[in-house]
Design a protein around this ligand. Structure first.
Ligand code: ZN
Length: 309
């Protein structure tokens, strides 16, 4: 059974940079490329298969026509989306709805639960997760009075940190950060504050009322304990397990026998290189191990982020 390699889709953003080229070797469209949609069947960025039997086919078509490769999982849309984000500048302060709110207010779209693995960041880098308003009333008041510094909760970050962002959580990636994001396949974002920036001479649209609707008050920190399992030549760390996905970090230094028993498993090599059952893989490669892949050998010196439903 073949590994399904994918060609990423790139997005230029006002806050993007060029590290997707300088550090990952991708052929990016410009020096303000903010996002690499690495594993996506979303209509705004549908990856194509690279090589093998399905070369050139979009992931959305593969999902429709060959559901057997994905263990027969039900659903109209491929449910996950994996991105690498290069934030040269601050992203807007934003929040996502849950499935119920998105279904009602966004033409049946999925809500968005997402999680972040910090691939790299500046020494003094920070991130916004959560807020300090005790209830909706205080939240509305702080937003109306633009008391952003008081409202948002800012944390220092370092390489290897991991954060789960549930719907209703105020969040923002800040400058000097490279992130691998695993999320529900959704593009519904409510922008709360954009630092007064202009894009083509105009401020980007804000969604204040929808943000207030969906922000959970008070903020409750999601405390995810990591669980690390020692392997013969490395380790497997469970970063998060939630109703939408489970995400792991796999480190291999040598030869390791592993098993793919899920409907499918997404893999992104984030450091080093090696092989999967003899097929070479390297930093920047994203691929899917299909249903029934079974036992396989991962060999080399590499770190991989894995995810499955
Ligand atoms: Zn987000």
């Amino acid at each position: 059974m073949d590994i399904i390699f994918l060609n990423p889709v790139f997005k230029e953003m006002i806050w993007g940079g060029n590290r997707l080229r300088t550090e990952y070797g991708y052929d990016i469209p410009g020096d303000d490329t903010g996002e690499c949609w690495a594993v996506s069947a979303h209509p705004k960025g549908d990856c194509t298969v690279r090589g093998g039997e399905f070369d050139g086919m979009s992931l959305s078509t593969l999902w429709k026509e060959r559901r057997d490769l994905f263990g027969g999982v039900e659903g109209d849309v491929f449910p996950l989306l994996v991105k690498i984000i290069d934030a040269k500048d601050d992203l807007s302060i934003q929040v996502h709805p849950d499935d119920a709110y998105a279904a009602e207010h966004e033409n049946g779209a999925l809500g968005k639960t997402e999680c972040w693995y910090i691939l790299d960041c500046d020494e003094d880098a920070q991130i916004v997760i959560g807020h300090n308003a005790k209830d909706k009333e205080e939240l509305q008041e702080m937003i109306a009075q633009e008391r952003w510094n008081e409202l948002i909760r800012v944390l220092p970050i370092k390489k290897g940190d991991f954060f789960q962002i549930n719907p209703g959580t105020v969040h923002a990636i800040k400058k000097g950060t490279l992130i691998l994001e695993t999320q529900q396949s959704s593009d519904v974002t409510y922008r709360l504050y954009d630092y007064g920036r202009l894009q083509n001479g105009k401020p980007r649209e804000l969604h204040i009322q929808k943000s207030i609707d969906v922000i959970r008050c008070p903020y409750q920190e999601s405390l995810e304990g990591r669980k690390t399992q020692k392997l013969t030549c490395g380790e497997l760390t469970t970063l998060v397990s939630c109703p939408f996905y489970t995400v792991y970090r796999l480190s291999v230094n040598g030869r390791e026998e592993l098993t793919q028993t899920e409907p499918f498993t997404i893999m992104s090599v984030i450091e080093g290189s090696g092989s999967i059952d003899g097929t070479p893989v390297k930093k920047g490669d994203h691929f899917i191990l299909p249903a029934g892949f079974g036992t396989y050998e991962a060999e080399g010196d590499m770190t991989v982020i894995l995810s499955h439903l």
